[in-house]
Design a protein around this ligand. Sequence first.
Ligand code: ADP
Ligand code: ADP
Ligand code: ZN
Length: 213
Amino acid sequence: MRIVLLGPPGAGKGTQAVMLSEKLGFLHLSTGDILRENVKRGTDIGKKAKAFMEKGELVPDDIVIQMMLDTIKSSGKKNDFILDGFPRTVYQAKKIDAELKKLKLAVDIVFYFKTSISTVIKRLTGRRLCPKCGANYHIVNMPPKKQGICDKCGVELYQRKDDSEETIEKRLEVYENQTKELIDYYSAQGILKELSGDLDAKEVYKQLAAILA
Ligand code: ADP
Ligand code: ADP
Ligand code: ZN
């Protein structure tokens, strides 16, 4: 089964994708994580993507589409995966739909996390990450046991540079102008399921799991 997670930055897509992958065995493909890894390693993709990401703009479609397609193809025989943060434009959606159909891996379901602006701003400004294991915390909603330290690794958490207030504003504008129209695109295909991203993480997971069952 192929699942797409759609919603504004900070809606909780990554958090749910991790839970789904841990509990139901889905492969979690986060475009943002893969791009950040490329930036860190200084690959060609990373060099091209860096400036866009820092400004909160989308990385050009063709770079991201090819990168995700390569990731899917190289993931072996894994037919159950979650696309987290991809597609983000109708152009990306049309291209990846066509390619996935050829591979007989069409998207089955799209979860749209309808989330209020005030929620996403609080979530993004409070997000903290572990540099070692990638674990995702929130200073208020999901704090680590010891402030600023990863529960699993004992190393210091960091804040993403693009989780600053002005870049968040830009990312929300990009979402409104370029990503939101995917709601209509997938709704027209009859595969969109809407749920509230404002709920707490366990409740969102319960709803996702119920729909999948
Ligand atoms: P968030 O957690 O806010 O949803 P992501 O980690 O998904 O953010 O994305 C971080 C940045 O990576 C985006 O602001 C954008 O620059 C780039 N990016 C991620 N996914 C895509 C995509 N599908 N298309 C273009 N750019 C992307
Ligand atoms: P996205 O991938 O959509 O950008 P994340 O999953 O990274 O969002 O979540 C953004 C921040 O909000 C993180 O700090 C995370 O710990 C926290 N968070 C995620 N889901 C919830 C939730 N349902 N309730 C409260 N906080 C949440
Ligand atoms: Zn860690």
